[in-house]
Ligand binder design. Structure first.
Ligand code: IVH
Length: 662
């Protein structure tokens, strides 16, 4: 029984490993692989007689298969054991504790476990001489020309007094933002999108033509010294600082802890999604190198470090249907109905983005698909598992008619999305109202989706304007609306009348107008009437407003029922003017800014308005042309990119200082 299961696991693991490493066409996720691997490992631990020499647990890695030149590593490039929860971590600690003298001090460094590819970099007299992949841990691929194109890898080290030969190890990856941009470019050029950042980074690093590598912005983080002819720091913590001083990018999230409990607490509470790059866990390392060495190696894993792996957030399941949602602008959004699958929570549906993506990724009904959850965002379908096709899968096409009102579906020029062409589509009206009352829009407390649908159904409202004329006696007749609830609702409707104009504009449901664009508009057009009269040319003069957005605004206000709506707002006494006075100067003339993270006192719109009112411009992404990055709390990949490119980074105070009004 056990031996049969072990044999089955060995065969499956071998197959999946081959698909992953040789064919670059995996049909299960890394997490699913780990599960099988760990089952086999546990079985072998309980019944050592089951271990065979060809078991995947018995080897250091896969033979290198590419035809790049091979380079032997100066020392074996080790891997890591895994821990999946606090208990595993404590058990790891107990095991190493027993191997050391009772009085030995053990402190730890916790670092992100980058989900990229290992590179081993050799510097001679401070100059980069060779770069190799991990390969099988003994011999790797020579990727020196490609690695030379990676800007975060110094070609010459910054300090002079360094060992004559220094071999360091790091991880090459795509920052999330860069990966997104690569796919945007692919989409623009009508090329298929890349599904997985790690696999794309791998393909990019192993390119034969380093010009291709150079065209894609890889980033490298370095975390250890493999070998050195000379003195290097005695602890991991000092090593990270040393590497940073030499000019390498190191993880700012690394922390040192005096004991395993605090280290484990940091690992458990770690917010993986706040990082600008993908990680699949954290690495917990014994800080003192001498202790690390003393602990030795089991198989391919050093005892002195372990990987605390996050639960996998990618799974495969079957796509059994597509539900079409209708958004407030009439946009049709396809959502995948899935065979329920566990991804931290049970997932039954996932975003399919849009029909272009469905087409580009060739996702078909009945496909086995990879589903991923990242951060708090809803799960999405990464792509199909082509190898699992049976031939019965059917293509997914955009509908020709709105599934709610049967009006024709249209696709405006230059847009990816399909829309219901009926401005009076009941679902559109409902969605627009639900959005209008929501917290991000007019924030009418006490009214949510079910309330809006009830008011529509009872005929008490037909559009957003009617909300402001609701009467207590009508509301009191509705099921579940007692006096107190009605009072509260009427109070919040009253409060909504004085929201800033930009909020109202953002709440109208004009295509392409969210809070940022609405704030831009109301800085330039101080009243709703000015905005109504704006021409496409007026609108396009505003930085950040393109022809499609300008056209959508003009189109919106050309509709008589929208003008009637504005009149209802006016009659109800809503605020239709922008009261804010903005100081102006040209202190920031010609300077390009990028904002990232949350600033302590200013909203993003306020900061943008401030910069623009002093002659600066605000861009959405960091490039060599960026003059300053203004970073607040939880700043993301833009901050990392600025660090990589060496662009000055300001906080809110710094920005105010620059303008001269602290
Ligand atoms: S330390 C002896 N630190 O994870 C030292 N590895 O599953 C062993 N990895 O092959 C590695 N981030 O390529 C270390 N901060 C980090 C890492 C890291 C990613 C990779 C490494 C290794 C794999 C083990």
């Amino acid at each position: 029984m056990n031996s049969e299961r072990a044999e089955q696991l060995r065969r499956e693991l071998q197959e999946h490993s081959y698909r992953y490493h040789v064919l670059s066409d995996p049909i299960i996720t890394d997490g699913e692989y780990d599960q099988l691997y760990n089952e086999l490992k546990a079985l072998e631990e309980a019944y050592p007689e089951l271990i065979t020499p060809d078991s995947p647990t018995q080897r250091a890695g896969f033979e290198p298969i590419s035809d790049l030149p091979k380079v032997p590593h100066i020392k074996p490039i080790l891997s890591l054991s895994n821990a999946f929860n606090r208990a595993d971590l404590i058990a790891w600690y107990e095991r190493i504790r027993k191997l050391l003298a009772p009085e030995a001090q053990i402190d730890f460094v916790v670092e992100p476990k980058f989900d990229g590819l290992t590179v081993v970099l050799t510097y001679e007299n401070g100059v980069l001489k060779q770069a190799a992949t991990r390969g099988n841990g003994e011999v790797g691929d020579d990727v020196t020309p490609n690695v030379r194109t990676i800007k975060s890898i110094p070609l010459r080290l910054l300090k002079n007094e360094i060992p004559s030969r220094l071999v360091v190890r790091g991880e090459v990856l795509f920052l999330k933002e860069d990966f997104k941009r690569i796919n945007e470019k692919q989409a623009e050029e009508g090329l298929p999108l890349y599904v997985n950042a790690r696999n794309t980074a791998s393909g990019t690093l192993k390119q034969k033509d380093s010009r291709i590598t150079a065209s894609r912005p890889l980033t490298a983080f370095v975390y250890s010294i493999v070998d050195a002819d000379g003195d290097v720091p005695e602890t991991q913590w000092e090593t990270l600082a040393y590497l940073k001083a030499l000019g390498f990018l190191t993880a700012p999230e690394a922390r040192r802890f005096d004991n395993i409990e605090t280290a484990a607490a940091y690992a458990e509470g770690f917010e993986r999604h706040s990082l600008p790059y993908e990680i699949d866990g954290l690495v917990i390392k014994v800080n003192r190198h001498a202790v690390f060495e003393e602990l030795g190696v089991v198989g391919k894993d050093p005892r002195g470090a372990t990987a605390f792996k996050f639960p996998s957030e990618e799974v495969t399941t079957r796509l059994i249907g597509v539900t079409i949602g209708i958004g407030r602008t009439g946009v049709l959004t396809p959502t995948a109905d899935l065979e329920p699958v566990f991804l931290g929570v049970t997932v039954k549906s996932a975003s399919l983005h849009n029909y272009d993506l469905i087409h580009d990724k060739d996702i078909r009904l009945g496909d086995k698909v990879i589903v991923k959850r990242s951060g708090d965002v809803i799960p999405y379908v990464v792509g199909p598992v082509i190898a699992a096709r049976t031939g019965t899968e059917t293509p997914i096409l955009p509908p020709e008619k709105c599934p709610v009102c049967d009006f024709p579906v249209i696709r405006p020029a230059g847009e990816v999305a399909y829309y219901c062409s009926n401005p009076a589509c009941p679902e559109r009206i409902a969605r627009n109202l639900i959005y209008f009352v929501s917290r991000g829009a007019m924030d009418i407390d006490g009214l949510g989706e079910s309330g809006v649908r009830l008011l529509l159904e009872k005929g008490l409202i037909h559009d957003e304007g009617d909300l402001f004329f609701l009467k207590a006696e009508d509301l009191l007749e509705l099921e579940g609306f007692a006096q107190k609830k009605v009072d509260n609702l009427l109070n919040s409707i009253e409060a909504a009348k004085s929201r800033p104009l930009s909020r109202l504009v953002a709440s109208l449901g004009i295509r392409g107008i969210g809070t940022t664009v609405a704030a831009l508009l109301t800085q330039h057009f101080r009243t709703i009437d000015d905005l109504i009269q704006a021409t496409p040319e007026n609108l396009q003069n505003i930085e950040g407003i393109g022809p499609h957005t300008a056209a959508a605004i003009v189109e919106y206000f050309s509709q008589p029922h929208h003008l009637a709506l504005i009149e209802k707002f006016r009659q109800a006494g809503l605020n239709l003017e922008n009261q804010r006075e903005v100081p102006t100067s040209d202190k920031l003339a010609g300077k390009a800014f990028v904002l990232t993270g949350t600033l302590p006192t200013m909203s993003r719109e306020e900061a943008s308005a401030l910069i623009e009112s002093h002659g600066g411009s605000v861009k959405s992404s960091v490039s060599k042309k960026t003059d300053y990055v203004v970073a607040g709390e939880a700043a993301g990949s833009k901050l990392t990119r600025a660090q990589v490119l060496g662009i000055p980074i300001l906080d809110e105070q710094g920005l105010l200082h620059l303008i001269g009004n602290e």
